[in-house]
Design a protein around this ligand. Structure first.
Ligand code: ANZ
Ligand code: ZN
Length: 810
């Protein structure tokens, strides 16, 4: 018998599984369904990352266990292939993005296949396939028709080096997420999706899903619901009012100024002659800053007096109106009531410009800074003495009576910037007609295919490269038949991934996104795993689209994912992010080549708690390989401990192992599952330990989801007849073992047996027997080694320590 050689078995079994369709999901099967989903990869030029392997292997283990438990499992895979990285990669390599995408997908697919993952490849999808993005465009049109897609001239984050507009979430600390360069503000006409219309439902429905607490908290923060009031401040010299949003109406009598964002529509009319020059200079300066720079708490607050005044809606006190760029134009009304005593930003601002700091909430020491807590009202006229909570209600109702305020709710969530001025994306299916205006492309004319262009570099002007393709741009208006022009913006990378999980259910459907009956059968996704970095973008976007499709009656659940978990990032051995530039990237191909896919999979599950960030450890890989080699040797060849039956100790350990592996897999504690398998191996490897056939087969069934190739090979070696009888037999279709609670309950102890105080034997005994002197004596006296040392002499005395020791004195 040769030793464990993954190279000679892995490919063989992968081909076999393909041949027998071992992992095909069956629509409408009577078995209970289980939809297990991992985020589909972006097929970049770098190839598969060991971080992908972590997520795919772990979820593969669950998919396999569920299959063995009798579920009809769907575990699909596809490609999220539109986007700027490929466009840039193609530009660099001098190939077309379509070619680059095909090549990258081929590499990813080869790599993923080499891991023996149980994906149902019949359902493979690709977001850049016109048959796919036709439906992405179709959903866009539906959004458009419901008023949820619109064009607006908005100040956007502009990356001068990528020459592209970025969504807020693509700007990290004032830098472009893609190239790392500084971003600036620009007014550009963009397509927007009204995700804010779904803010409340996106928030409330978090209660009906099972997301890990960290994911839930991030979504809640991102949606950012604030309860408070809108207060109207009448202007002194006009009939206009400035609306501000505040979470603290109880501080209204502590307001000592009003501040408008530089972009506020009333600014122009408020600037006095004397202040004109300075205010305009200030506004122009702040235009150069990013949102991040403007709102960072630690940054100095700057501003400028407009020369005008407004009135406190309750006290009628005259208040100066300022412009300051710490006020966000797109939040609340784009204006803030300044309460220096109770808001730190306002405090800093007031100190700098010598505005009054008027304390209206008792309880703090405002010489040290703002007191932001609640308390009793002071300096607030008839509201004095009220606690904050009551004062908020009282002041709002007073404002309401005067028609100068009302309760209101605000969300941090912004509408989604949906335009990209790039080539490698889905064309937005809109036509601009000089007579009819914006006209949606009729649904039966979809897809609007991306034309094959030679030059697809972003244009200097910021216009999409598609705008240079005159033949493509020039079209006829679907309404009036006159000449019209196509929209040249494309969709962001987030579009195709906002609904892909639905397409897996019916990937070849030519007449709808998916058959309703299939959607009803498979949805919702039972478990969705992906990166923590997708919690606020992809996860929120796809929930929004799914809710919209729910409103259209296309899907029957309002939430797409019943359960969401995240895996931790895999860092390089040096603790840094893996990156070509650091030269610390681990290529999964090399690990598979040297150690086999099963070793890589076992290692990545064992490396640490699944949700935690973890460093790559080459010794860990070797340890995993040694473990699997040991499993092999314990079942096959000279060192085999395989026997007809197991000792009761091994039998009990086997059932404990079933329990542990079942429970820990369910809880996604993959590392402790592998640890338990290793401990069991240690036990079997002990001198004299015997592993009966029944327990050996259980052991392999438990190992099958973790190391699928090795388990299948060993199973075939010890039970060849199963494969001879059934040409599509596989261990992966055997039932998941159940533990016997009776066997687990048997508590056993190791009894020390002495003759004249010398250790002569050790025996495992059930506790009930080991507590009884007579029973222990009758069971141990006859042991061969005991008999030998008694050498026929009569026993004079028996010392007995219950559960521990028996000593025969002769
Ligand atoms: C007066 C006040 C007094 C405030 C006080 C707070 C404490 P969240 O919780 O994030 O919603 N605010 C309103 N609109 C703003 C804008 N466009 N840009 C910057 N700040 C703005 O914060 C709401 C609070 O942020 C509001 O309540 C307002 O300041 C400020 F003791 O109003 B507050
Ligand atoms: Zn027209």
């Amino acid at each position: 018998m040769t030793g464990y050689d993954p190279q000679s078995i892995e490919k063989k079994w992968q081909d076999y599984w393909d041949k027998i369709g071992a992992y095909r999901a069956h629509d409408f099967s009577a078995k209970p369904k289980q939809y297990i989903l991992v985020e589909f990869p972006y097929p970049s030029g770098n190839g598969l990352h060991v971080g992908h392997v972590r997520s795919y292997s772990a979820l593969d283990t669950l998919a396999r266990k569920k299959r063995m438990e009798g579920f009809n499992v769907l575990y699909p895979m596809g490609w999220d292939a539109f986007g700027l990285p490929t466009e840039n990669y193609a530009l660099k390599k001098g190939v077309h993005p379509k070619e680059a995408t095909e090549k990258n997908i081929a590499t990813f697919k080869r790599q993923i296949k080499s891991l023996g993952l149980s994906f149902d490849w019949d359902r493979e999808i690709n977001t850049t396939d016109p048959n796919y993005y036709r439906w992405t465009q179709w959903i866009f049109l539906k959004l458009y028709k419901k008023g949820l897609a619109y064009q607006a001239k908005i100040p956007i984050n502009w990356c001068p080096s990528c020459r592209i507009g970025l969504a807020n979430e693509e700007v990290i600390g004032g830098k472009c997420e893609r190239c790392g360069g500084s971003t600036e503000r620009r007014e550009v006409k963009q397509w927007m999706l009204r995700i804010t219309a779904y803010a409340e439902r996106l928030l409330n429905d978090l209660e009906v899903v099972d997301y890990s607490p960290r994911i839930k908290a991030q979504q809640i923060n991102w949606i950012g619901r604030s309860e408070g009031a809108t207060v109207f401040f009448p202007l002194e010299e006009s009939s206009e009012k400035v609306a501000v949003f505040t979470t603290r109406p109880d501080t209204l009598l502590g307001v000592t100024a009003l501040v408008l964002a530089p972009e506020h529509s009333l600014v122009e009319s408020l600037i006095s002659k004397e202040q004109k020059e300075e205010v305009y200079r200030y506004i122009n300066q702040s235009k150069k800053k990013s949102d991040f720079e403007r709102t960072e708490v630690s940054k100095e607050k700057t501003g400028i007096f407009t020369g005008s005044y407004c009135l406190n809606p309750i006290s009628k006190e005259r208040l100066p109106v300022w412009v300051a760029d710490y006020v966000v134009a797109t939040y609340g009304g784009g204006a803030v009531m300044v309460v220096p005593a109770h808001d730190q930003r306002d405090y800093d601002f007031a100190k700098r410009y010598h505005l009054e700091v008027r304390e209206v909430i008792a309880g703090g020491d405002i010489s040290q800074g703002a007191y932001t807590g609640d308390g009793q009202l002071i300096n607030s006229g008839s509201f004095n003495g009220l606690p904050s909570t009551e004062a908020r209600a009282a002041i709002v109702s007073c404002l309401k009576e005067a028609g100068l305020g009302e309760p209101s709710v605000n969300y941090k969530l912004r509408d989604w910037v949906f335009s990209r001025q790039h080539y490698w994306g889905e064309p937005i299916p809109i036509v601009h007609c000089p007579k009819c205006g914006e006209v949606p492309v009729p649904e039966d004319q979809l897809p609007v295919e991306l034309p094959f262009v030679e030059k697809y570099e972003p244009s200097r002007t910021g216009e999409s490269p598609l705008s240079t393709m005159r033949d493509w741009v020039e079209t006829t208006c679907p309404v009036c038949g006159g000449s019209a022009q196509r929209e040249t913006d494309t969709m962001p990378n987030w579009a195709g991934s906002s609904w892909y999980f639905l397409r897996y259910l019916d990937p070849h459907n030519q007449s709808e996104i998916a058959d309703k009956r299939k959607l009803d059968y498979w949805m919702p996704v039972d478990l969705y795993n992906g990166g923590m970095e997708h919690t606020t973008l992809h996860l929120l976007y796809s929930r929004f689209w799914h809710k919209f499709l729910f409103d259209l009656g296309l899907v029957s659940f309002s939430e797409p994912y019943a359960k969401r978990r995240s895996h931790g990032v895999v860092l390089a051995a040096d603790g840094r992010k893996m990156s070509k530039s650091f030269g610390n990237v681990i290529n999964p191909d090399e690990i598979v080549r040297s150690f086999g896919a099963d070793t890589l999979r076992i290692y990545e599950m064992f490396m640490g708690p699944f949700e935690q960030m973890i460093r790559w450890d080459p010794r860990g890989v070797e340890g995993a390989a040694r473990f699997l080699g040991r499993v092999w040797r314990l079942l096959l060849g000279e060192e085999s401990h395989l026997a007809e039956t197991s000792s009761s100790r091994v039998q009990k350990a086997t059932h404990l192992l079933i329990k542990k592996v079942s429970e820990d897999l369910e809880a996604m504690r993959f590392n402790t599952v592998v640890a338990a398998m290793m401990e069991f191996t240690n036990l079997i490897a002990e001198e004299g330990s015997q592993l009966g056939r029944e327990e050996a087969e259980i052991w392999l069934r438990l190992l099958a989801p973790l190391a699928p190739h090795l388990a299948e090979e060993l199973y075939q070696q010890i039970a060849p007849s199963a494969y001879q009888k059934d040409s599509s037999f596989t261990i992966h279709h055997l039932p998941w073992p159940n533990f016997d609670p009776q066997i687990i309950k048997q508590d056993e102890v190791l009894m020390v047996v002495q003759v004249n105080g010398h250790l002569r034997s050790r025996v495992e005994m059930e506790v009930s027997l080991a507590m009884d002197k007579e029973k222990t004596q009758s069971l141990t006296e006859s042991l061969p080694n005991v008999q030998k040392f008694l050498s026929g002499r009569p026993v004079q005395q028996v010392f007995f320590v219950p559960g521990k020791l028996i000593n025969f004195v002769v």
